[in-house]
Write a protein that binds this ligand. Sequence first.
Ligand code: AMP
Ligand code: ZN
Length: 472
Amino acid sequence: MDTMMLYNSMTHEKEPFKTHEPGKVSFYTCGPTVYHFAHIGNLRSYIMEDVLEKALRWEGYDVLRIMNITDVGHLSSDADTGEDKMLKGAKRENKTVMEVAKFYTDAFFSDFGKLNNRYPDVVQPATGMIEEYITVITKLLDTGYAYQAGGNIYFDTSKLKKYYVFNDHDVEALVQGARDDVEIDPNKKNKNDFVLWFTKSKFEDQALKWDSPWGVGYPGWHIECSCISMKYAGEYLDLHAGGIDNAFPHHTNEIAQSEAYLGHEWCKQWFHVHHLNTNDGKMSKSKGEFLTVSLLEEKGYDPMVYRLFCLQSHYRKALTFSWENLDNAAAAYDKLVRRIAALDPAGEVDAEAVKTYNAQFQAALDNDLNTSLAVTALYDVLKADISDATKLSLIDSFERVLSLELMDHAKALKEKETAPAEGGEEIEALIAARAKAKAEKNWAEADRIRDELKAQGIELIDTKEGTTWKRV
Ligand code: AMP
Ligand code: ZN
């Protein structure tokens, strides 16, 4: 297995990707908070994570992809203050929290699937893990990493040798995490302490509550990802992904509590996707312009155009969305499909060329998931002096990672071009009239119909089974 070089937010360097068990990757992704539709910014993160997963599979790894669904505990500020997001969604829509969670979970996976992201091997809603949170929090209390104050349980960040594991990686994200943290929780011993379990809070109307040794309450946001990851991947997680805004405080807190609980290093490789921005900044669920996959479809864009738009840039650069940029991606996509549709599948596949271009493609992926170079490899194949059959075989291979539906779209285009676009029914009606004329031995009429169709460019083919036709 060749080594993939991946940037690691933990070390701030590109490093050879290593796993705890050779050939196997446990890969955890922070899932959506299901109080609203996912916007295409959220989906940028999921597309890039999907390409990473598929690149690892393409290279022969056995990948276990795990995703949580945040349906409890996430407040409007990531620092445990502000409104409860799920409750906010429920109030807005006059529904129960669980109804809202179900609706937006389904909506999320529908958009996720439309963008050709592979459904994760494990999808775990946060509300299904209460026992596990209690076990971990109990141990953190027993070992002095957590304390009770004002009825809530907090993680004590002063107990760690190092809390800011990602600290100097992105000032913007740090500021972002802190910006909406206007309220100060007087129960906290240290500024960055965070809630593991809420019992007393201002959310008296919190719909979801569970019994715990510390009173009826509900979990904090961060604990879910630690517990879900440990439940399915064990004590060593190989790869953890999320949008860059998750690095602080969410991932920082996940690491704090997981490592305090386990007593050893938990996850070595951190993959953060940078934001999709609009002209007025980061696209967010709580703010202004909110673009969804459905909106793109309503405006006539195929979701694959958005996927290509994302793949054309590197995941570690902020990407600015504009309709003009999307139109450029649409034109590029259309052109790719046309060029592929024009390829003739007959002929020999050149095994040497397949090897060479697959190596070019892999080198792009191994170079910190350089998807734009991977797309360039596709263009190089189309331009290359190799047989069409070889090109098709390579496109098939690349598509296992890119998942742009190029072959399907090319096939559909070909069918559209060869089949009669319109008038099919009229032709069938004339063929039926001609059959009737023939049965009545009215040869003149039968010939007249044949000539009429011929004048329209339709050639009839008489077989024992009946008459078919083609455009000439
Ligand atoms: P949420 O549903 O808010 O928990 O976010 C789901 C995922 O989308 C997380 O991994 C976020 O880091 C990521 N995310 C949020 N906003 C953006 C954005 N504008 N661009 C890219 N990823 C984002
Ligand atoms: Zn998470």
